[in-house]
Design a protein around this ligand. Structure first.
Ligand SMILES: [Mg+2]
Length: 175
């Protein structure tokens, strides 16, 4: 499957974990704010200049989702530093489309179970669990599958366009 061959049956909500899913490592293990965008290296850095590096396809994936009619994006992260995570999401931008943060319609960022995160997301968006596709790197978070959410477990490469497109295909086939 390619970007020109997107299935017609798409999830109404795509939910992303943050650490080791959208970016490498854990934002609460950095030295923290102020974060800033290093234009030369095109990466967000913490107060000591250490990078919070997005996996390479993430900006392209967020931009692609903006072309899907009726698909929203949400974040579910067990980070203990939600304000830091929000700062990083605001500093990564796609031309014309704004920041990753501005492209999301719901955020659940606190160290409690993803089941709780998803219940809150459902309450806020009124989207059925079966219409949600979730990407995460930690098998512990398969706990949301019994709700009816489609979960994709990522490996050490985090979010990639290849996995994203394949997951959309599988989602469409199973609906
Ligand atoms: Mg993670």
């Amino acid at each position: 499957m390619t970007k020109n061959n997107i299935p017609s049956k798409l999830p109404r909500l795509i939910v992303f974990d943050l650490d080791d899913t959208l970016w490498k490592y854990e934002v609460d293990c950095t030295y923290g704010p102020p974060f800033k965008f290093d234009r030369k290296n095109k990466v967000v850095v913490d107060c000591k200049g250490n990078p919070v590096e997005l996996f390479k396809d993430v900006l392209e994936i967020f931009a692609l989702i903006q072309t899907f009619p009726g698909t929203q994006i949400a974040i579910a992260s067990r980070t203990t530093t939600p304000d830091w995570a929000a700062q990083v999401l605001k500093l990564y931008t796609v031309n014309e489309l704004g920041s990753l943060h501005s492209m999301c319609s719901a955020f659940e960022m606190y160290d409690q179970s993803k089941t709780k995160h998803f219940r809150r997301i459902h309450q806020k968006t009124h989207i059925d669990y079966k219409d949600m596709l979730f990407f995460d790197d930690n098998p512990m978070n398969l706990c949301v599958e019994p709700l009816g959410v489609s979960v994709v477990m990522l490996d050490y490469d985090g979010m990639t366009m290849e996995v994203f497109l394949k997951s959309l295909q599988l989602y469409a086939e199973n609906r």
